[in-house]
Design a protein around this ligand. Structure first.
Ligand SMILES: Nc1ncnc2c1ncn2[C@@H]1O[C@H](COP(=O)(O)OP(=O)(O)OP(=O)(O)O)[C@@H](O)[C@H]1O
Length: 245
């Protein structure tokens, strides 16, 4: 289990991105992390991976996350972690040599699913294809906790929807996915739990089965939780129209 306790992060210059956040991520869940732009989703993930200093504690099965256990975690990010001058085949060799739990069969199956060429430099892929490859690596590393931050930016709707179905079919019960995305409706039937972040704090943490029991869609729940102002658009348009008069 990943345990996040009293996590706070202030960026250089004073920007408070996370404030006293507490969250537990047991094995086997598929967790959607949602929140407005700038809510702190990416910062949260980067803290888990120790990419930046933070206040508070983050542990994995009671141990701090260091080079000793970091292999248990993988991260698909739009900032990309692959080597762009190498090909997928080169990466496959690299992972097979360096990650004892590397899932070669899954790597091959996902490469085929996304129809990616194995021998071209990844730097020559389109942005959407690069994001697909990033996800393939994160899912094939052999990690127990797979973090994905907006994994399918630039991907068409068929690739996204079919991918979630494939993912549900291939994930093993011990694997945990933590997925940050703005595409609520696409992932609502894929996730088991939804965590809503607002201004660096946890606003809601709900099991999808509880939402279903209450007859609510994820979108309805999110709009209620954030007190979405349905007149926001008309107010903005009114203000703009007034400006031009
Ligand atoms: N390198 C940085 N330096 C200073 N402030 C930063 C930095 N990166 C992020 N922030 C700020 O921290 C806050 C949280 O940003 P973060 O990227 O974690 O949000 P997010 O929820 O992932 O947003 P989005 O959905 O737009 O990607 C924002 O106010 C952002 O401006």
């Amino acid at each position: 289990m990943i345990t996040i306790s009293n996590l706070s992060k202030q960026y250089f210059g004073g920007n408070q991105a996370l404030t006293d956040m507490n969250l537990t991520l047991p094995r086997g869940e598929i967790v959607g992390i949602f929140g407005e732009n700038g809510a702190g989703k990416t910062t949260l993930m980067k803290c888990v991976f120790n990419f930046m200093k933070y206040d508070g504690t983050i542990t994995l099965d009671g141990e701090p996350i260091t080079h000793k256990n970091i292999e248990t975690l993988s991260f698909a990010t739009c900032e990309h972690s692959f080597f762009s001058h190498l090909s997928p085949a080169d990466h496959r060799d690299f992972y097979a040599r360096n990650f004892p739990k590397f899932r070669g069969k899954r790597f091959d199956a996902l490469m085929t699913f996304f129809e990616l060429p194995t021998d071209r430099h990844i730097g020559k892929f389109s942005v959407g294809q690069q994001n697909q490859f990033e996800v393939i690596c994160a899912l094939s590393q052999g990690a127990d906790y797979i973090f994905m931050d907006e994994p399918f930016a630039g991907n068409d709707v068929f690739n996204r929807e079919d991918f979630y179905k494939v993912l549900l079919g291939i994930l093993e019960p011990t694997e945990t996915v933590i997925l940050s995305t703005h595409l609520l409706e696409e992932v609502e039937h894929f996730i088991s739990r939804a965590v809503l972040i607002r201004k660096g704090t946890i606003l809601q943490d709900v099991q999808m089965s509880d939402l279903e029991d209450n007859g609510k869609t994820l979108m309805q729940f999110v709009k209620e939780s954030y007190a979405y102002q349905s007149d926001r658009v008309s107010r903005a348009l009114d203000a703009l129209t007034e400006d031009t008069q």
